[in-house]
Write a protein that binds this ligand. Structure first.
Ligand SMILES: [Zn+2]
Length: 368
């Protein structure tokens, strides 16, 4: 047994095996990429930059499109010191990248200095800003350190695919575009980092903005985990007024972001035909035609009545990144949207029954 394991270890670490695996992977990536319909848009300010003097930054999990898309550009990338990093290095080198080995966890300063030296030879560099270990949506300090030291701007990159699968969990850690999907790569406005600045705010929000724009360009603007709120509070009431209008249970959910226990809400196992309105303001939110049985214990829909029915907001409570859905008119908390819904949207709008008010479709149809 031990001898077998030693042999396997020897084979999988041999030059011949690593090279073969890398070239098969590379071929697969290029064939796969050839099926995608990718368009790229660059902010005019980024277009004006000197090609070698920039750093690219994007969210981890959104990089699949970038690896084949930016091949043969000499971009500098850091790979891990591990067996997988060994394979990645060969794949990337074969695609015309400059690879620096290192880790942001072990000896980060040394790896960054090696990267800096490579960049100073005239190559741009690329970073998954929030790294594989998160927290998602927050840039790590390494890229800021390099940007400040070199006085190079960071060009935020957002990518999106019209159809994609999420790996490895239902929540999107890594997005793999499906073959033949429509994809967008957006290069945003360059962000200059001041020396000694530990503030990642402006960079983070620009990366989020281009990622969100890319999502919107392929028609996936909700539930992407990459967007900030855009609140259209048409109805403004004080909390006292809301308390008077709503029952205590309704108030706890829609104004305080509470969640009703699963399998208890009146619309979970409900199949009436009609429209679901916001319990607080009467805004039409969902139709029965988009309701489906998700098995989650909460009423679930794969699309809202219209784009303006809802607004979304990132929710980082419970140590998870989720996207909260709110009524587009009064801001009532409704639930969350997840990316494990059915086609055609692939989204699951998971709501609290208590936030909804159902009304049966009028017989004979028509408004007359
Ligand atoms: Zn409302």
């Amino acid at each position: 047994m031990t001898r077998l394991r030693t042999l396997r270890r020897k084979v999988t670490r041999s030059e011949a095996f690593l090279n073969l695996l890398a070239s098969v992977t590379r071929g697969f990536i290029l064939c796969y990429y050839a099926t995608l319909r990718v368009t790229r848009e660059t902010d005019p300010e980024s277009e004006k930059l000197e090609p070698g003097k920039r750093l690219y930054g994007f969210w981890h999990g959104r990089q699949f499109l970038l690896v084949p898309g930016f091949r043969d550009t000499g971009i500098v990338i850091m790979t891990d010191i591990s067996w997988a990093g060994e394979v990645q290095t060969r794949v990337l080198q074969g695609l015309g990248y400059n690879v620096v080995r290192g880790s942001s966890r072990r000896r980060p300063a040394r790896a960054l200095m090696a990267m800096k030296a490579e960049i100073e030879r005239g190559h741009p560099a690329a970073f998954a800003l929030d790294g594989p270990s998160g927290p998602p949506g927050r840039s790590k300090p390494g890229v800021l350190f390099l940007a400040a030291k070199l006085r190079y701007p960071v060009v935020p990159v957002g990518t999106a695919a019209s159809r994609r699968v999420c790996i490895p969990r239902t929540w999107c850690d890594y997005q793999l575009p499906l073959p033949f999907s429509r994809c967008v790569v957006k290069l945003g406005r360059p962000i200059w980092v001041e020396d000694g600045s530990a503030d990642t705010g402006s960079l983070d929000s620009e990366v989020e903005r281009v990622t969100r724009e890319a999502d919107r360009a392929v028609g996936r603007e909700l539930g992407n985990g990459a967007g900030r709120a855009y609140m259209v509070e048409e109805i403004e009431r004080t909390e006292e007024e809301w308390k008077r209008e709503l029952t205590p249970e309704q108030y706890r959910v829609v104004r305080e972001g509470g969640t009703e226990p699963p399998f208890t809400g009146k619309y979970d196992d409900f199949k009436g035909e009609g429209v679901y309105y916001c319990v607080a303001c009467g805004n039409p939110l969902f139709r029965s035609s988009e309701k489906y049985d998700s098995g989650s214990g909460w009423p679930s829909f794969w699309a809202p009545v219209s784009e303006k029915s809802l607004v979304t907001e990132d929710d980082d409570s419970l140590g998870l990144r989720r996207v909260e859905i709110k009524c587009g008119k009064c801001g009532a908390h409704l639930g969350h949207v997840f990316e494990d819904g059915p086609e055609p949207t692939g989204l699951r709008y998971c709501t609290n029954s208590i936030a909804l008010d159902f009304e049966h479709e009028k017989q004979n149809g028509g408004n007359g």
